[in-house]
Design a protein around this ligand. Structure first.
Ligand code: 4NP
Length: 154
């Protein structure tokens, strides 16, 4: 079982988009039973809130539901629970390190798995949810390719 936690600031835009995009990709490829996938935010600001409506609408355009998701804050317990902790921005990586450290090198940015490592801009500010979707989808596909190529799943 590969356990993956996606992390952003609020857990209402990018990381839940990543959670449900990744769940959709692994379902389509027949790998659902091999994964446990979730998301969290470095901030407690949005705790308990549903996915932000424009992020939900963008997922919905692609036939993906995020029904039932409520924002949660990242804790040190999550570090023990997950194999991969994938942040949207370097800033989130630094927040995660303050909470749990990273002795087992589990923490990376999602786009570090692509040929163009970068932060994923916050659509809360850019208002470009379609671009966030494209970048997250690219990152999730690249991450799955990495897992296959490195023999972590087969
Ligand atoms: P997220 O987006 O980190 O992708 O969930 C944000 C959500 C809320 C806020 C900022 C970013 N906020 O300032 O409340």
């Amino acid at each position: 079982m590969v356990k993956v936690l996606f992390v952003c600031l609020g857990n209402i835009c990018r990381s839940p988009m990543a959670e449900f995009i990744m769940k959709d990709i692994v379902r389509r490829e027949g790998y659902s039973s091999r994964f446990f996938i979730a998301s969290a935010g470095t901030s407690a600001e949005e705790e308990g809130n549903p996915v932000y409506p424009p992020a939900r609408a963008e997922l919905s355009k692609h036939g993906i539901s995020c029904e039932g998701k409520r924002a949660e804050q990242y804790t040190a317990k999550d570090y023990a629970l997950y194999d991969y902790i994938l942040a949207m921005e370097d800033w989130h990586v630094r927040s995660i390190l303050r909470v749990s450290g990273d002795p087992l090198r589990k923490v990376k940015r999602l786009l570090d798995y692509t040929e163009a490592p970068a932060d994923i801009d916050d659509p809360w500010y850019t208002r470009d949810f379609a671009r966030a979707y494209r970048e997250i989808e690219k990152g999730c596909s690249a991450f799955l390719s990495y897992l296959k190529e490195s023999g972590k799943i087969s």
